[in-house]
Design a binder for this molecule. Structure first.
Ligand code: FAD
Length: 373
């Protein structure tokens, strides 16, 4: 199917389903729809806003090597190591290895991802959903949303933010520690990324580490049971319509050899969050001040769902009530599945959730081999 730009003003291309996003969650969803007998560019289309394959992985900072990730789980049907030499390739930036893998994956399963195609609005047109994009309109009976979080960095608002004469940036815009040499950097956040960047930056310059909540280090090994428990806690929240919690808020911070080494280097001196930002740095409630040149906000991301706003899926609590076997189905509108949201916001979670979403949506729409009467 070539997207007929000339028709964009008049008609919407009719499909059964649209998958929005071609990262881990979107590709896994497309794979499972194919397995259920549906054909890309006939029964469903995959639309991705990025210009290249790899989802958010293509934008990760260069020092985040494959070996330094919390593991990139295989997509169904084709293992990472069948495409990337994970032994020597462990030192390869994830931003190179994972896009290479995803590109091979898309070709292997002929998933026909349309990119770059940005979905601006999904709205309800009675028995169908109108999907508006910068390259044309689609009319779908169901949507699998797999847009991740990378497009929605979260930076909390603190008094004095606009006064600061130094530089402020979010994890999303971090490209390496070297550029901070000779500067004093305040690192805000207690997640895994904050610790990774504290480790890198404290190796080239002086740092101060702060966060709202005291970091909870976990010495015990992160067993598969601990992983399942963490996912279950996040799943419980989204089934109640609460905003998904960050995974690390339920798992705690694993004490890795890198953390031990930081302890030995004396850089793990955590401080509570400052009260305000000044022209030269930050100030705590008790008047203590620290001058700084950079504030690096490692304060996470939010789900990129603005394009679904017209469907009014959110509760007053800010979350979306999720249902279905793995909490991918939007309870308010079973035509919509969110994969890579809440409990499935990880590579392994995205895989499992995608299989459930594909099965539940095809059976709800009564399409695909296993669902038609
Ligand atoms: P993404 O990979 O973000 O893909 C979403 C896709 O949707 C993108 O291609 C984007 O262009 C597209 N998109 C977004 N909005 C639109 C739109 N409106 N229209 C069209 N397309 C759109 N998880 C792990 O399992 N292991 C790790 O080691 C790990 N490390 C991480 C490190 C960092 C710094 C971060 C932020 C997250 C990490 N995660 C990790 C979580 C990781 O994001 C997920 O595991 C996984 O990559 C998310 O896949 P996804 O498909 O849900 O989203």
């Amino acid at each position: 199917m070539s997207i007929d730009h000339s028709a964009r003003a008049r008609m919407a291309l009719k499909v059964d389903m649209v998958i929005i996003g071609a990262g881990q969650a979107g590709l896994s969803s497309a794979y499972h729809l194919r397995r259920l007998g549906l054909e890309p560019d006939k029964d469903f289309v995959v639309l991705d806003g990025s210009s290249g394959p790899g989802g958010a992985w293509q934008f990760r900072w260069p020092s985040l090597t494959l070996a330094a990730t919390n593991r990139v789980h295989d997509l169904p049907g084709l293992k990472l190591k069948e495409v990337v030499d994970v032994d020597t390739g462990g030192r390869v930036p994830a931003s190179v290895a994972v896009p290479t893998y995803f590109e091979a994956y898309e070709k292997t399963f002929a998933l026909l991802v349309h990119r770059p195609v940005h979905v601006s609005v999904v709205c309800d047109r009675g028995d169908r959903l109108r999907v508006e994009t910068d390259t044309g309109l689609f009319s779908a009976r169901g949507v699998i949303n797999a847009t991740g979080t990378w497009e929605t960095p979260y930076t909390p608002d603190y008094p004095g933010r606009d006064l600061f004469r130094g530089r402020q940036l979010h994890t999303k815009d971090y490209h390496g520690a070297e550029e901070f040499a000779g500067k004093h950097v305040i690192i805000v956040g207690a997640g895994i990324s904050a610790l990774q960047l504290l480790d890198e930056i404290s190796s080239v310059t002086s740092t101060t580490w702060v966060s709202r909540r005291e970091p909870q280090f976990r010495d015990a090994p992160f067993t598969p049971e601990a992983g399942r428990e963490a996912v279950a806690l996040v799943e419980e929240r989204v089934r109640q319509g609460l905003p998904p919690a960050s995974v690390v808020s339920v798992t705690g911070l694993p004490v890795t050899p890198a953390i031990e080494a930081m302890r030995d280097r004396g850089v793990l001196n955590w401080l509570p969050m400052f009260a305000k930002i000044t022209e030269r740095g930050v100030r705590w409630q008790d008047g203590t001040e620290i001058d700084a040149d950079v504030i690096l906000w490692c304060t996470g991301f939010r789900s990129s769902l603005d394009h679904l706003a017209k469907l009014h899926l959110r509760e007053a609590s800010g979350g979306i009530v999720m249902a279905g076997r793995l909490a991918t189905q939007v309870a308010k509108d079973p035509r919509i599945h969110l994969v890579g949201y809440g409990p499935s916001a990880s590579t392994i979670g995205a895989n499992r959730a995608a299989a459930a979403a594909a099965r539940e949506l095809t059976s709800f729409l009564r399409v695909g081999e296993k669902s038609s009467p």
